[in-house]
Design a binder for this molecule. Structure first.
Ligand SMILES: Cc1ncc(C[n+]2csc(CCOP(=O)(O)OP(=O)(O)O)c2C)c(N)n1
Ligand SMILES: [Mg+2]
Length: 364
């Protein structure tokens, strides 16, 4: 079924179902998710925030090599995990560890990559989650190819492909969007527009009215959503997932959110943005608005909150424990699984590394 061009355009104002004060804003197209779903999402947000805080601390303690935090972006992370079914697939970026954990991966296993121990700490096929991608937008092509293959096999898999605002300037983004639309694939492109690509602001990334306006050029619908409103995200992503599953092709969702912390621990954001700008987003926090709504409507008691806080604390404590243990690593593992038969070039690299390890090993 072809749609008129206008129907592919996003709204001028992003979809919002619960405003920053926690007040429900009824929408003619998207219904507020039910109370149980919102309670589940709130538990996810609480855990997600605690995981972000813990991982930031672990970086400072030297237990993680790097942590691209999703602090302030937890609503996007939790909605991405909750909108998918068991057999679906998520294609996350380096910033999406909370989504990976919310979809079922043990936090310590989700940190293996960021600790620098191994390429990925979980089995993608067990969870329906591709390894977190660091090269920008490459995962979008993998996601589209994966969706194409799944369809050829007759499976009803939906693929959710995540990326940042900066990644939309990559050629891979264009190729993935175009291929998905031409072949009518069951892919939901989910962009977290957090206003920055390291120090590059959105205004230097695109001259388009919004990122979601790009969708019409490919022939797929684009939608904008308040990226700090998990209710709106669940509704909008849920509709896009349903669309994909019922054979209506790909969609493009732009979530308007904000990166509350520096890009990573290796970045100093005071050099390129004002504190006032960051401060303005504190009032739009995804946790506080859902909490206000649930408390007001009687769906969340003080006892529930204590229980959630204790559960989040337990996750953080297990993660600390796991990260404080020194794993036994074999440096030669780096060279395994790259080629079926290791070429001479890699043999030479391993010889050089082994020599260096032997030379620099501290006698104990
Ligand atoms: C192909 C490629 N080019 C450059 C980089 C370096 N790099 C890492 S993160 C980043 C910014 C990405 O910004 P965005 O897509 O908005 O995602 P965010 O970090 O804000 O989540 C850049 C340029 C990279 N990882 N891959
Ligand atoms: Mg960004």
């Amino acid at each position: 079924m072809s749609r008129s061009a206008d129907a592919l355009l996003p709204r001028d104002i992003p979809v919002q179902l619960i405003d920053a004060a926690g007040v429900v804003q009824p929408d003619p197209e998207f219904a507020l998710p039910d109370r149980e779903t919102l309670r589940r999402a709130y538990a996810g947000l609480v855990n997600g925030r605690r995981i972000n805080d813990q991982c930031n601390a672990l970086v400072r303690q030297g237990r993680l090599a790097v942590y691209p935090a999703s602090t302030g972006q937890e609503a996007c992370q939790i909605a991405a995990a909750l909108c998918l079914e068991r057999g679906d697939w998520l294609f996350p970026t380096y910033r999406d560890s909370v989504a990976v954990i919310a979809r079922g991966v043990e936090p310590a296993n989700a940190m293996v990559l960021l600790r620098g121990d191994w390429h990925s700490g979980y089995d993608p096929t067990e969870y329906g989650i591709a390894p977190q991608a660091t090269p920008l937008a490459t995962q979008l092509l993998h996601a589209v190819g994966f969706a194409h293959a799944a369809r050829l096999r007759g499976e009803d898999t939906v693929v959710l492909a995540m990326c940042g605002d900066g990644a939309t300037s990559e050629g891979d983004f264009h190729e993935a969007m175009n291929f998905a639309a031409v072949f009518h694939l069951p892919v939901v492109f989910f962009v977290q527009n957090n206003e920055f690509a390291i120090s590059v602001p959105l205004s230097r990334q695109t001259a388009a009215a919004s990122l979601a306006h790009k969708a019409i050029g490919y022939g797929m619908p684009g939608e904008r959503v308040d990226g700090n409103d998990v209710a709106a995200l669940l509704a909008v992503l849920g509709a896009a997932v349903d669309r994909a599953r019922s054979g209506q092709g790909p969609s493009f969702i732009e979530a308007h959110t904000y990166r509350m912390l520096a890009h990573t621990n290796a970045d100093d954001d005071t050099r390129y943005r004002d504190r006032e700008e960051v401060q303005a987003w504190v009032g739009r926090d995804p946790l506080t608005r859902l909490r206000s709504h649930l408390r007001e409507s009687g769906a969340l008691t003080e006892a529930d909150e204590s229980e959630l806080a204790a559960a989040a604390e337990e996750i953080a404590s297990e993660l600390r424990y796991a990260m404080n243990a020194d794993p036994e690593l074999n440096p030669e593992d780096l060279f395994t699984h790259v080629f079926a038969q290791r070429p001479e070039m890699l043999d030479a690299q391993w010889d050089a590394l082994r020599d260096e390890i032997e030379r620099t090993e501290v006698e104990s």
